[in-house]
Design a protein around this ligand. Structure first.
Ligand code: AHR
Length: 498
């Protein structure tokens, strides 16, 4: 059955800017997320620049990664930055107690991370150790990174980087309600005030924002406590954002399969991910009470599909395949973030390479781009674009007792004045057709790409790396509107031409 949907793009009523940081990434010392995935070392036969894989850098540049969060995650609250600087052969190895008790060689440290973000053209978001570190350790790390002239600045220069680094975001801990120390909101607040006060950015060429730990999913204790204190602040501590973590996982521990799942699992999973809308709404409403001018951003700095680990891999490495379903999940979340762009100004999907809902998978010298990567590539025009309202009757996709919209859509005008439309067909069984009318003025033509697959659980493998990849979409003009075909279970991005 053909499901025709009339959609109006109202260009006369532009909305908020979709901050490019919404398309941010997260890379933790976890499994092969850093070692192998990014860092292969100077002497590796895998082509690299100063130890960092060239293939991965090129792929990340192509999706214009705006920001990378590092070094964790839970790892961050046990990370001591001094172990990761200086001559590689003198670095002290540790144990990665959070993720498989494997050796942490510390060969990828501060300089290597800053080199990575420089190579891909992204900003740095560093999470400081609050759980097992001290305010002094955090303060000294930031001074080491950003000071012009001090003993720590000289040490940085001696380690090869005389110029102060630019740090855009400083995270004060990670999941302090959980792996970061199981702190009550009040306890964390007292830590936040101290860490935020003493962690200073000395590089005047880069404005830095501090990000506080915020809610664990729907729990509002941290949101209430921190935003209330922020409003009544008495001394000079400030935050640019409050972090929210929320994974799509259908219960703990994660057992949803990465491939070989049926429609019941598909529908349940997609339905759960749409809950991001209500979750953001809930926390944003509390933030509005204390911060109606929306000065503090809600930063969703961990989200994505958390699935059962790939059979035969170390379960502590959180390796999972990435299917067309996950591409749909990514697009739906990005659309939700864009619609909340006035409050949600950064998000970081977990995680960039080889871990959870990754952009890229590597196997020694081989690399593949996942369906989720392709969504990020297709959405590049939405970076820093202006949200444009769309009106449409989404229809309904039903599976047994679950019902959800059949189609989701956002529109935006990019910095060059071009108009873009992103459309997701959630229904894995039925195609849809979207008839676009543009107000005012109409539209003459459109070009775009669609990501779809005959199977909703289709993945890219090292043997067939291009099984799921975007193709050009065939758009027809019908009178004063355009007809855009949406295959079942697909993501489509089109450029509307006047
Ligand atoms: O992304 C994996 C883990 O999930 C992170 O380390 C932690 O912050 C979260 O619980």
């Amino acid at each position: 059955a053909e499901n025709s949907i009339a959609l109006t793009v109202d260009t006369a009523k532009p909305g908020a800017t979709i901050d490019r940081h919404i398309f941010g990434q997260f890379a933790e010392h976890l499994g092969s997320g850093i070692y192998e995935g990014i860092w292969v070392g100077h002497d590796s036969p895998i082509p690299n620049t100063r130890g960092i894989r060239n293939d991965v850098v090129a792929a990340l540049k192509a999706i214009q990664v705006p920001v990378v969060r590092w070094p964790g995650g839970c790892f961050a609250d046990e990370y001591h930055w001094r172990n990761g600087i200086g001559p590689a052969d003198k670095r002290r190895a540790g144990v990665n107690g959070n993720w498989g008790n494997v050796k942490e060689p510390n060969t990828f440290g501060t300089h290597e991370f800053m080199d990575l973000v420089e190579q891909i053209g992204a900003e740095a978001y560093i999470s400081a150790n609050v759980g097992s570190g001290t305010p002094q350790e955090s303060a000294e790390w930031l001074e080491y990174l950003t000071a012009e002239d001090s003993a720590l600045a000289q040490e940085r220069a001696a380690n090869g980087h005389p110029a102060p680094y630019k740090v855009a975001f400083w995270g004060i801990g990670n999941e302090s309600w959980g792996c970061g120390g199981a702190m009550s909101a009040e306890h964390y607040l007292s830590q936040l005030k101290i860490f935020s006060r003493f962690s200073r950015n000395y590089n005047g060429a880069q404005k830095m924002q501090q990000i506080a730990v915020g809610p664990d999913g729907g729990d509002t204790a941290y949101t209430e406590t921190i935003m209330k204190a922020w409003k009544n602040k008495v001394w000079s501590w400030d935050i640019g954002g409050l972090s929210l973590h929320s994974y799509t996982l259908n219960g703990w521990p994660p057992v949803v399969k990465a491939t070989g799942f049926g429609e019941a699992e598909y529908a349940k999973f997609i339905h759960e991910t749409l809950g991001m809308e209500g979750l953001i709404g809930k926390h944003a409403a509390i933030m509005d009470q204390y911060d109606p001018e929306k000065k503090v951003a809600l930063v969703v700095d961990e989200w994505g599909a958390w699935l059962a680990p790939t059979p035969g891999t170390n379960p502590g490495f959180l390796m999972q395949q990435n299917s067309q379903r996950d591409a749909i999940l990514a697009a739906l979340n990005l659309n939700i973030f864009a619609r909340h762009a006035d409050r949600v100004r950064m998000t970081n999907i977990a995680q960039m390479i080889n871990v959870l809902q990754a952009m890229i998978l590597t196997d020694k010298e081989k690399m593949l781009l996942t369906p989720t990567y392709h969504v990020y590539k297709m959405y590049v025009p939405f970076h820093d674009a202006t949200l444009i309202p769309v009106r449409f009757d989404a229809g309904t996709y039903r599976f047994q007792e679950l019902s959800m919209p059949r189609v989701d859509a956002i529109a935006a005008r990019d910095k060059n004045g071009q108009l873009w439309l992103a459309l997701t067909n959630l229904d894995q069984n039925q195609a849809a057709k979207v008839n676009v009318a543009l107000l005012p003025g109409g539209t003459a033509s459109a070009v775009g790409q669609t990501l779809s697959s005959a199977r909703i659980d289709a993945v890219n493998t090292f043997a067939t790396p291009n099984a799921v990849a975007p193709v050009a979409v065939n758009i027809r003009a019908v009178g004063k509107s355009l007809s855009i075909p949406l295959p079942p279970g697909s993501v489509t991005v089109v450029n509307l031409r006047p």
